[in-house]
Design a protein. Structure first.
Length: 593
């Protein structure tokens, strides 16, 4: 790849620098070339965001013959310096709510499940402290990160007890009385004020660094380079901070994307312009130079596990001939909450079969209403999403999950997948030929409504900006084309051959469809037939519109890019039967199936 002037300026720079790099701009390539241009006897540390990025970076540095570069993640560096030294035992999954309650012998005040709610907040307080740059628990106010009104009332009532028990649990870890968490040894590493023996430290994905790791990085004497994308910050909920804004270094930019075209670049820039609705925003400039024409690697990307799972259910139900699908990350993680409760536990609670529930916390609940009360006081979003899935699909869930898992391929066979499914958080750093965006992201309409309905002091601009970033990250995963719901499109965005806008069912239409599907019966009564035809005409405006060459081409593109029949029917405002009939007429299954 021929380097740009921006890349050459970075490679030839001196002193501490920060690089603001747009999606697909070759930041890793730039950092590798930067390292190559440094003296061969210099010691260089490259800090990667996670293990998969670390492995990819190791490969790239080795290909360039750079044996003087050490590649680590923040956690692998901390692990080597802390866990071995103190002979700690690490608990890889963290402590579940009920385990914290048992370990600390927590007591409530008679309020239902108070000990579990307290335990949940202790876990979150520990994560908040361990990712911070503070020296003591008392230096933080946990209420700063509690937003739900019911949760705030609960935490305020029990604050001293929650803080005291949080300190006690950390003390037990520190003394080795219990296993430690990943967050704990990273925090202990930061508090030890380590001196890293390197001449250069290259810190990747700086927009999602924890304050603890940023503190370690900034205190080093080495020449420092921090690289990231301000608008790809999507881990604020894990207490990450945008280190590019915190580091007072000379700024360089990588504004040319080699991944996608200018049309996709324009879409990304317009989405980021939504930030103007709530705050002053300096527009970003992206030049798109991607020229990929392939449609081999296709992906469905969602904001939430729920949105993704619902789309996967539609996909395996509609696409009967699909043999192989793949979920980024562990497929089982999509049916489990972080603390271990499974979708099946929630389903058993829904059915009143508490004896079959494995998770101790869920087993304590009388019914879904009681669990929802717990969720309100703890802000446990994942459990809330699981309840939504159970209420939507009920006892169909086991057979649906079984069908999805039967088609899922393992990591080493990923290339066999006819469709890849992922949330945005799991596909960070990934790219695909064609993508379909699920309709569960923030919209411009919601932003405008929020500005009208909510008092300014109650709006968290950082959280809203992160929601906008999530959609920006999603659309910039493509190397070629995008299928995006019309609700997610910026207003007055021009038509593009690479950006296919999909019609979205209104809530009224969705409600009507569900009623029709539930009451659908076979009838030979001609009057009923006539009635149903009228209903079809009324509901599907395009049902009897002639197919043109342009419409056939549009249908062919959507079929080739893996869009399911339900979404195609919504887009063309025709019945699913009409779409299947046209697919058959055009022999798309034979040609592209």
């Amino acid at each position: 790849m021929e380097l740009t002037k921006e890349q050459y300026d970075i490679i030839n720079s001196t002193g501490n620098i920060k690089i603001n790099a747009v999606a697909g701009s070759g930041k890793t390539t730039t950092v590798v070339e930067y390292a190559k241009a440094r003296p061969q006897n210099s010691k260089i540390l490259y800090l990667a965001f996670n293990k998969s990025v670390k492995l990819e970076a190791v490969k790239k540095f080795q290909e360039k013959g750079l044996s003087n570069v050490k590649v680590e993640t923040a956690h692998s560096l901390a692990y080597k310096n802390i866990v071995f030294k103190y002979n700690y035992k690490v608990r890889h999954q963290g402590f579940k709510t009920y385990e914290v309650a048992e370990l600390l012998k927590l007591k409530g005040n008679g309020e239902k499940h108070a000990e579990y709610i307290i335990a949940n907040h202790i876990n979150k307080f520990i994560a908040y402290f361990c990712n911070s740059n503070k020296a003591k628990i008392q230096d933080l106010n946990y209420l700063d990160i509690v937003s739900d009104s019911k949760a705030k009332i609960f935490v305020t009532t029990f604050y001293d007890y929650i803080e005291g028990q949080t300190r006690l649990l950390l003390s037990k870890m520190d003394k080795g009385e219990i296993k430690i968490t990943h967050d704990f040894y990273l925090k202990k590493f930061q508090l030890s004020n380590p001196k890293l023996n390197f001449d250069y430290i290259l810190f990747d994905e700086g927009q999602d660094a924890s304050p603890a790791m940023l503190d370690v990085f900034l205190k080093q004497k080495a020449n420092k380079v921090i690289v990231g994308d301000t608008h790809q910050q999507i881990y604020g909920w894990r207490h990450a901070v945008n280190s590019l804004e915190k580091a007072d270094f000379r700024t360089y930019h990588l504004s040319t994307s080699f991944r996608f075209s200018q049309d996709v670049a324009n879409l990304g820039m317009e989405i980021l312009n939504w930030k103007n609705h709530l705050d002053d925003y300096e527009p970003l400039s992206i030049t798109g130079k991607g020229e990929n024409k392939e449609h081999k690697v296709k992906a469905v990307l969602a904001r939430t596990n729920l949105g993704l799972l619902l789309k996967a259910i539609e996909y395996v139900t509609e696409k009967k001939k699909i043999k192989h699908i793949y979920f980024e990350g562990n497929i089982n993680s999509y049916t489990y909450a972080d603390e271990g409760a499974s979708l099946y536990d929630i389903l058993n609670l829904y059915n009143g079969k508490n004896r079959l529930i494995r998770d101790k916390l869920i087993k304590e609940m009388k019914d879904l209403d009681e669990l929802e009360d717990y969720i309100e006081k703890t802000e446990d979003v994942q459990l809330g999403l699981m309840i939504e899935i159970v209420r939507e699909y009920g006892n169909e869930i086991p057979s649906i999950i079984k069908k999805i898992k039967s088609k899922h391929v393992e990591n080493d066979e990923k290339e066999k997948a006819e469709m890849i499914f992922s949330t945005v958080h799991r596909c960070k750093g990934m790219e695909y030929d064609a993508i379909q965006i699920v309709n569960d992201f923030i919209t411009e309409e919601k932003l405008e409504k929020l500005k009208t309905d909510v008092k300014a002091e109650n709006i968290s601009i950082s959280k809203i900006n992160e929601e906008i970033n999530l959609l920006y990250v999603a659309v910039t995963r493509t190397k070629n084309s995008i299928h995006i719901p019309q609700t997610l499109m910026p207003k007055d965005f021009p038509k593009s051959a690479q950006i296919h806008v999909m019609r979205v069912e209104s809530e009224k239409e969705k409600s009507e469809r569900r009623i029709i599907e539930k009451t659908k019966t076979k009838s030979t009564n001609s009057k009923k037939k006539a009635y149903s035809i009228e209903k079809i005409r009324e509901k599907h405006n395009g049902a009897y519109r002639p197919w043109t060459t342009e419409l056939d081409d549009e249908l062919t593109v959507m079929y080739c890019e893996g869009v399911n029949v339900r979404d195609i029917s919504k887009h063309f405002e025709r019945t699913k039967g009409a779409i299947r009939s046209r697919i058959k007429k055009l022999e798309l299954e034979e040609l592209y199936g």
